[in-house]
Design a protein around this ligand. Structure first.
Ligand code: FE2
Length: 328
């Protein structure tokens, strides 16, 4: 069985083929935003519509499969940026209709978790999913990925990226802010916004940028900001580990590329006698493979969607999806 997966929720247009043998191709093209600005949805969508057909052809070619021999086409319908989502959805619907292939809806956030579970061989983890647009602590309970903590405003990745753009570091802002933080010596006191199980970063971001305006040493402000951002997340993760009693902690999403956070979460896991794993770098950012793999699991379990109902869902929450392919 071969499933083609298409990803286009934000800056990446990706395509991949997955079969019983695993991930047999994974081709991705990333829209790089101009320095000083975030992703412009329309510009990213133009990139995706130009690159999408090439990416899909290359994924099929690398997999050595003709499009007629596919069993299904999986598409990431959300959450994400509307203009970007619509490019991938349009391509998937067109291919589904033209080649008479079933269409399989995939939630992008679920896919980040599934690819990490697959790559790290995690059986029943507490998952920390952090990216530009998402900060979610989740585990599978009664057939759904339930949320045990999330951001109440901006995501951890967006907070660090925005901070990085204001202080003028290059892309990828996360890594470059962390590099500056590693040269810092003094930690200034900032808000530690843990609200129940949830976190919140907008106030912390404002407070850190105020320190920049006041002329505090940039490396010290980066250190202070990063330490407070990660401390809030670690506190929420620690509460979730204690509450759920899970013995595996799994980090996934684009922000999993962080140089510093994984050390902190590893420590949190140790404190709770849990193992710790991080999604491999090639599957950390958005990619076609995570959609193809999740689509493969879903298709095998009978998940389908009619083309007429396959509208995009920019706010599609992870806990709205029935996970019928896992027993736990
Ligand atoms: Fe993502």
């Amino acid at each position: 069985m071969h499933v083609l997966g298409i990803e286009s929720t934000a800056h990446t247009i990706g395509a991949s083929v997955v079969s019983e043998k695993g991930i047999i191709s994974n081709v991705n093209s990333v829209y790089i935003h101009p320095k000083g600005s975030g992703i412009h949805p329309r510009e990213a969508a133009i990139h995706h519509s130009e690159e999408g057909p090439k990416v899909i052809k290359e994924a099929l070619r690398n997999a050595g499969i003709d499009i007629n021999d596919l069993d299904a086409i999986a598409i990431s319908l959300g959450p994400g940026l509307g203009p970007c989502l619509r490019v991938g959805a349009t391509l998937a619907r067109y291919l589904s209709l033209k080649f008479s292939k079933p269409l399989v809806p995939v939630n992008h956030a679920v896919a980040h978790i599934e690819i990490a579970r697959f790559a790290c061989k995690a059986s029943d983890p507490l998952v920390v999913y952090i990216a530009g647009g998402n900060t979610i602590i989740s585990t599978l309970v009664d057939g759904r990925y339930r949320i045990f903590g999330e951001t109440q405003d901006i995501a951890i990745g967006n907070a660090i990226d925005y901070f990085g753009r204001v202080i003028g570091v290059d892309y990828p802002e996360l890594i470059n802010v962390e590099k500056l933080a590693m040269e810092g010596k003094e930690i200034y006191e900032l808000p530690l916004p843990v609200k129940g199980q949830d976190v919140s970063y907008s106030g912390l971001l404002t407070a850190a940028l105020k320190l920049v305006k006041e002329g505090k040493k940039l490396e010290d402000v980066c250190l202070s900001f990063i330490e407070h951002v990660y401390a809030t997340l670690c506190e929420s993760v620690e509460r979730a580990l204690a509450y759920t009693g899970k013995k595996e902690l799994l980090l996934t999403g684009g922000t999993a590329r962080s140089l510093i956070l994984k050390e902190k979460l590893k420590y949190v896991a140790q404190e709770h006698d849990a193992s710790f794993a991080v999604v491999p770098a090639e599957y950390a950012g958005d990619n076609g493979a995570m959609i193809a793999y999740t689509g493969f699991l879903a298709f095998k379990s009978g998940v389908r969607i009619n083309v007429e109902e396959s509208y995009v869902k920019p706010m599609w929450r992870i806990d709205e999806v029935d996970i019928i392919w896992h027993t736990n």
